[in-house]
Ligand binder design. Structure first.
Ligand code: HEM
Length: 409
């Protein structure tokens, strides 16, 4: 009872801050209808507590490429960020962001990622072969695939993978802004971060003594080579990669499969045109993105689309809404798997962000999403649950199903 009351109070607070209630089941089922309602009130709005919220493609894109918006914590008190030592480069500004991102970006170039194709294909076949009849597609394919891939890249032994599930759940919820999280969730997140870091500290020591051909050994080498990468930064980077690998691509496969199952004529097109799979996955990313929003702080007094924003104020960039901005996308609420085909000039979606923090793992996420969905729908697949039975996880930043019951023939 106490918990329910506390939760209810918190929902009211979140709604006041955001201008919409993220825990409302109707919002979870279709946030896009709510974004449309929000957009009707203006493309950039100030909420009661002084947080700015933007639904516009133009403004989200502009803020993401503007160096006057960033992460430094002078922010009007809304943003109690993790202590500096736990922060990854996802929430750093240049020059630290530039230095750290450069160190790992070499492992994620499209050319290097392409070399993982045979392994990803093999894994998808194995997972699908083990999944016939009625299964939860999240547990059977969408979750294990990216987890195994990123664990293998980093060099995490298979026996340790199960350890991560609980930590990773806590960290995924922890991606939501602190001002929306109960103290207990913040504590769980900080604990999970510490446990993850302790785990990697030990594994890094093993790789230092006995380097292998994996990303962790490479990072340890850089860290030992001078003052380019501190031990704390090394650990935060590993945690970032592992969480990104655990919590995002799962939702590309889950949300993407659901969108196709709900649109049989588009699914038929998907199957008929294997050459269009890459473009189809871009449209699935636009249509129901795994990451719905990001935040930036104004690092100085600045104007966004002509509106003055005071230094320190936070701007919530609803990229999930921007992807459906009718002033940019034709028929934005329609799933159109040919939208990104060659010769069609659709604007880029913002599902991987934009600017200096553009998703480092995008080539890997694309590869995994394309192979998983292509191979899945080479089989007979049908939804095994009514729409009312589908539940989403309690995250605001990440949008993903708890489970997705399907029948695979
Ligand atoms: C950053 C989305 C998969 C690693 C981001 C950002 C978005 C995003 C929106 C920018 C956040 C911001 O600007 O605040 C996604 C989606 C994915 C995905 C939708 C799957 C479909 C991955 C994977 C990895 C990864 C598989 C690596 C294993 C990263 C990293 C950053 C990042 C390291 C930080 C980049 C920086 O700050 O410079 N991602 N991501 N992501 N992503 Fe992803």
């Amino acid at each position: 009872m106490e918990d329910t009351r506390e939760q209810a109070a918190q929902d009211v607070e979140a709604a006041a801050i955001l201008g919409f209630d993220p825990s409302d089941p109707a919002f979870r089922a279709d946030p896009y209808a709510h974004y449309r309602g929000l957009a009707a009130g203006g493309s950039l709005q100030r909420t009661a507590v002084g947080l700015w919220v933007s639904t516009s493609y133009e403004l989200c894109e502009a803020a993401l490429r503007d160096p006057r918006f960033g992460h430094r914590p002078e922010n009007g008190g809304l943003w109690r960020d993790a202590p500096q030592r736990n922060r990854s480069f996802l929430t750093m500004d240049p020059p630290d962001h530039t230095r750290l991102r450069r160190l790992v970006s070499k492992a994620f170039t499209p050319r290097l990622v392409e070399r993982l194709r045979p392994r990803v294909e093999e894994l998808v076949d194995e997972l699908l072969d083990a999944a016939s009849g009625e299964v939860d597609l999240i547990a059977a394919l969408a979750y294990p695939l990216p987890v195994i891939v990123i664990s293998e890249m980093l060099g995490v032994p298979p026996r340790d993978r199960d350890l991560f599930k609980g930590w990773s759940d806590a960290l995924a919820r922890g991606l939501d802004p602190d001002f929306l999280l109960p103290e207990a969730e913040i504590a769980l997140r900080d604990e999970a971060r510490a446990e993850f870091a302790a785990y990697f500290r030990e594994l890094a020591a093993e790789r230092r003594a006995d380097p292998r051909d994996d990303l962790l050994s490479a990072l340890v080498g850089v860290s030992d080579g001078g003052d380019v990468l501190s031990e704390e930064e090394l650990l935060a980077t590993c945690v970032l990669l592992l969480v990104a690998g655990h919590e995002t691509t799962v939702n590309l496969v889950g949300n993407g499969a659901l969108a196709l199952l709900r649109h049989p004529e588009q699914l038929a097109l998907f199957r008929e045109r294997p050459g269009n799979v890459a473009a189809a996955v871009e449209e699935l990313l636009r249509y129901d993105p795994p990451v719905q929003l990001t935040l930036r702080a104004a690092l100085e007094d600045v104007e966004l689309g002509g509106t003055p924003i005071e230094r320190g104020r936070l701007v919530l960039l609803l990229t999930g809404a921007a992807n459906r901005d009718p002033s940019v996308f034709t028929d934005p609420d329609r799933l159109d798997l040919l939208r990104y085909s060659e010769g069609r000039d659709a604007p880029r979606h913002l599902s991987f962000g934009h600017g200096i923090h553009f998703c480092l793992g995008a080539p890997l996420a694309r590869l995994e999403g394309q192979i998983a969905l292509k191979k899945l729908f080479e089989r007979d697949v049908a939804l095994a649950a009514g729409d009312g039975d589908l539940a989403y996880r309690d995250n605001l930043v990440l949008r993903g199903l708890r489970d997705l019951p399907v029948r695979i023939g």
